[in-house]
Design a protein around this ligand. Structure first.
Ligand code: SF4
Length: 179
């Protein structure tokens, strides 16, 4: 039987730190994936990636970064520049990242994939789940719809972000492009 292995798509350290610590404490076999072509500018991308990698290294959790592909994101969201956060641009953005995560998971022996993209109170959790489910169905790997906000998850992330002094941005990813 195939060994359980979870691929967790992460957008940044503050959103993922509580989940990473929880999964690590539970002894779950998991890897963190960083695929975020939505983040602007590139300096911000590197800052978030470095911080996310650092918290994984502290716990010995595997961390994988896929190439930064801002042009793919720009092309996919063309015409949706004036959409509000939680609107159609976010549908496309979530699906793009989750499809890539599903593809990586399928190709690398993972048994399921999930994400922390919906953990923030600014996000629509159901919108993220719809994108993850669709991506998983297209690729042929189940999307784990655990709501990481629940059971104190959101509070744990906030507490750990403060305790560890993590860099905590004040916008999702594409804001500098779209006011
Ligand atoms: S607000 Fe965030 S989720 Fe929505 S399109 Fe921009 S980067 Fe993607």
């Amino acid at each position: 039987m195939q060994k359980e292995a979870l691929l967790l798509l992460s957008c940044c350290a503050p959103c993922s730190v509580g989940v990473i610590q929880q999964l690590h404490a539970e002894g779950v076999n998991f890897t963190v994936l960083f695929y975020n072509p939505n983040i602007r500018p590139i300096e911000e991308y590197h800052r978030r990636r470095q911080e996310n990698e650092r918290i994984c290294q502290e716990l010995g959790v595997p961390f994988v970064e896929l190439p930064y592909q801002p042009e793919i994101w720009t092309e996919a969201t063309r015409g949706l520049e004036n959409e509000p956060e939680r609107g159609k641009r976010c549908d496309v953005c979530f699906f793009l990242r989750l499809k890539q995560a599903a593809t990586y998971a399928k190709a690398n022996g993972f048994t399921r994939f999930s994400s922390v993209l919906g953990i923030s109170r600014y996000k629509d959790f159901d919108q993220v789940c719809r994108a993850g489910k669709k991506a998983g169905e297209e690729v042929g790997i189940p999307y784990d719809m655990t709501n990481w906000r629940k059971n104190g998850g959101a509070e744990r992330s906030i507490r750990l972000t403060k305790e560890k002094g993590l860099y905590n941005q004040n916008y999702c990813g594409c804001k500098p492009r779209f006011k």
